[in-house]
Design a protein around this ligand. Sequence first.
Ligand code: KG4
Ligand code: ZN
Length: 360
Amino acid sequence: MTGTLTFLGIESSCDDTAAAVVRAADRSCILSSVVEGQVALHADFGGVVPEIAARAHAERLDICVEQALEQAGITLSDLDGIAVTSGPGLIGGVLSGVMCARGLAAATGLPLVGVNHLAGHALTPRLSDNTPYPYLMLLISGGHCQFLIVHGPEKFTRLGGSIDDAPGEAFDKTAKLLGLSQPGGPAVAGQAESGDPKRFSFPRPLLDRPGCDLSFSGLKTALLRERDRLVAAQGGLYAQDRADICAGFQAAVADVLAEKTRRALALFDRPSPVLAVAGGVASNTLIRTRLQAVAVEAGGTLIAPPLSLCTDNAAMIAHAGIEKFRAGSIDPADLVARPRWPLDPTANPLIGSGRKGAKA
Ligand code: KG4
Ligand code: ZN
């Protein structure tokens, strides 16, 4: 379907309650985007507690939807459809969003489109930069880590992914081991600025193996060993030790991501390839610089959407819903929530599951 379409998007698959309105003609335009994080609710538990997350989503979703409509300056009657994350993720949270969207669709008669959360991330470069298909997407966040060739709104080839932790999870655990604040990414990156990345030689996991799969849990173990060795020898950590460990860790993650991206670009095998990134870790300056260099080396370009669109939000869900709807996809009124939903059903499932829910 062509012409202008205005969709409400709803996202609640992890620890952000979000609603947004996106209007699309030749390209998509964000009319509003409301995101309510739950960091404070989970702070005492060292991770996202699924039941607390689900309850908070259920309590706040209708308020976020109202705010999104108000900020967009429209009412429900101006909408052409409702898109909602219907998986993968923490099932209670996904269910809250799906039930909210089902209720709105039943009350208004609007079409309902269930969106894969990972597809929302993967299609973000089309929302931010109108990037044409196909492109290579590297999704790096606290819960996700995969390389995808994005062929269309519902067609993805997964080239590889993390077999254990996601990189953001590794940054967060590193911060925890060193007594730094959460989320760990910015804290570790800040420390690394005054650190020597060569003082400690941390492993570069899976570089010795072919392919694009990644692993970050061994890095964390190496870091723990180094920390304990220093504490045993000196009775604690000096500020410079902390900075050097952070710099060494960040350099190892950047090296691994750069080399695996080089391989993924070789498999993608297109002239002037577009490499796009999404996820909180994509805001890391060193990682961004290295990925940019790898893209240029392959004769291509790096697309890095603004951070507000790289992290969880509902604008990406509304946009992905519009693309699916245009391709003829509408879901029934009894749309179900899916805890697992691989984007590429032909790829081998990834082992392990991140702190923020199932890895698909
Ligand atoms: O995409 P995101 O907001 O949430 C999900 O995981 O879904 O990503 C958050 C992750 C956290 O693990 C955080 O530590 C990491 O992104 N992060 C960073 C940086 N900023 C955020 N990691 C490395 N360097 C950063 N500057
Ligand atoms: Zn996400």
